[in-house]
Design a protein around this ligand. Structure first.
Ligand code: NAG
Ligand code: NAG
Length: 415
């Protein structure tokens, strides 16, 4: 008896398909028969109408010819695709975006709403196409820049030789693209932007500081922003452009630095008296993740928190090092002083996780820390007395956290 692939049950075929990269599925199985087509539909549906392109696929010429030969057949299938997750380390964005998501002037994926670009190294062509997507098509974008691109910019800026001019121009286009994300040329409601690889000359970080006499425009639709950055001054610029923001999550790459020490004196932080209520009045949830290694950085943290003292939910995630002379333990008193706004109006949830590199703590020290929350009026009034605390003897760290878990559909997968 000859066994054919088609003799297998649907459930088994679906398992087999889950091991095969997306392009190969299309190459090998699309249009063979109705049953396989409907299984491919079903697999996409099971993946919440999304496709993931993470594996190195066929050579561009080969997949391009497959795609274009089957394109008439595929168009109705493409219309069910709502999101795409592409890893640039294993695929070429330019080809995918310019030749395939867009085919010349035509958008193949009419219902594409969300795009995830990892290890992103875009070129002039794909940046242009992407600008159109954020203006007219997408609701959600996750953009993680490739670290090599910033290294190139750095050399491009320093060595103004001819062959680097191209990289320098590209860097200006990237800056322009980041500005565009926060302008009226962008209809996104949700944006995650990872600029943490911008460490050479911090070119992208300066995309707002270098521009002066242009009119300020706003991205009115943006409600959720997660930004991973190196210096805080960038997000202070960004919030000027997103008046309807509801959720803001900021992650610092190294420590809670507001500026590059090469650019200016960072031994002092002079807090100005402002409140972000005028800039982002709808903000409900703020989350911050960073290491802290000087007490000036606590001044900066406190300043940020005082600016957003009108929010409902706050999450602070810190790793505190090199401050054993300044701090003994992290307890209720410490949190009240450094990690919560001075004046609270609406705060309902306060969620924190702090790791503090400290001296040896004994179990009675831990008990004292836990009790400090029960005896503190502020924490007991808010019923925030359920605390977890332990000492890690190997790394010599105090771990302390709240036990409330803030659930938000937006934060799924982010925090
Ligand atoms: C990119 O791919 C190479 C080899 O395929 C791998 O060694 C490297 O870790 C990948 N980089 C990232 C950031 O995933
Ligand atoms: C997308 O980019 C390609 C390559 O630069 C270009 O030919 C095409 O016209 C662009 N699509 C749109 C809709 O602008």
């Amino acid at each position: 008896m000859i066994n054919k692939l088609e003799n297998l049950a649907n459930e088994i075929l679906l398992i087999i398909l889950s091991y095969i990269p997306w392009f190969q599925i299309i190459e090998s199985f699309w249009s063979l028969n109705k049953r396989l087509n409907s299984l491919i539909y079903l697999k996409t549906l099971m993946n919440n109408n999304g496709i993931i392109i993470h594996k190195r696929f066929l050579s561009f010429n080969r997949y391009h010819s497959i795609m274009t030969s089957k394109i008439c057949d595929l168009l109705s299938f493409f219309s069910c695709i709502e999101w795409m997750d592409i890893d640039g380390n294993h695929s070429n964005y330019d080809d995918i975006i310019c030749q395939w998501i867009f085919h010349r002037e035509i958008l193949y994926f009419v219902n594409l709403k969300k795009l995830i670009l990892r290890e992103c190294y875009l070129t002039e062509k794909s940046l242009k196409n992407l600008s159109l997507l954020i203006q007219y098509q997408l609701d959600e974008l996750i953009l993680i820049f490739d670290k090599n691109i910033f290294a190139l910019f750095c050399y491009g800026a320093r060595i103004l030789r001819k062959r680097f001019n191209r990289e320098y121009k590209l860097m200006l286009m990237f800056q322009e693209f980041v500005r565009r994300l926060f302008s009226d040329k962008c209809q996104l409601t949700s944006l995650e932007l990872d600029l943490s690889t911008d460490f050479f000359n911090v070119n992208i970080h300066k995309c707002f500081s270098t521009i002066t006499n242009k009119p300020v425009t706003h991205c009115m639709g943006l409600r959720y922003l997660h930004i991973h950055l190196i210096y805080g001054f960038l997000f202070e610029h960004l919030i000027e452009h997103v008046p309807n923001l509801e959720i803001l999550s900021v992650q610092f790459k190294n420590a809670l630095l507001w500026k590059n020490s090469l650019d200016s004196d960072t031994t002092t932080f002079i807090p100005t008296n402002v409140n972000w209520c005028n800039k982002i009045p709808k903000l409900k949830y703020f989350s911050l993740k960073s290491a802290i290694n000087s007490h000036l950085q606590f001044d900066y943290l406190k300043w940020i928190l005082n600016n957003i003292n009108y929010i409902d939910k706050l999450k602070v995630d810190l790793y505190i090092k090199y401050l054993m002379d300044f701090i003994n333990v992290i307890d209720a008193n410490f949190l009240r002083r450094y990690c919560i706004p001075d004046i609270l109006t609406n705060l309902i949830y306060f969620d924190f996780y702090i790791i503090f590199k400290c001296r040896l703590l004994f179990s009675n020290d831990i008990q004292k820390i836990i009790d400090s929350f029960k005896t503190d009026d502020f924490f007991s009034d808010h019923h925030w007395t359920n605390i977890k605390c332990f000492f890690d003897p190997i790394l010599s760290c105090q771990h302390i956290s709240s036990t409330t878990i803030i659930k938000s559909k937006f934060f799924h997968g982010v925090m």
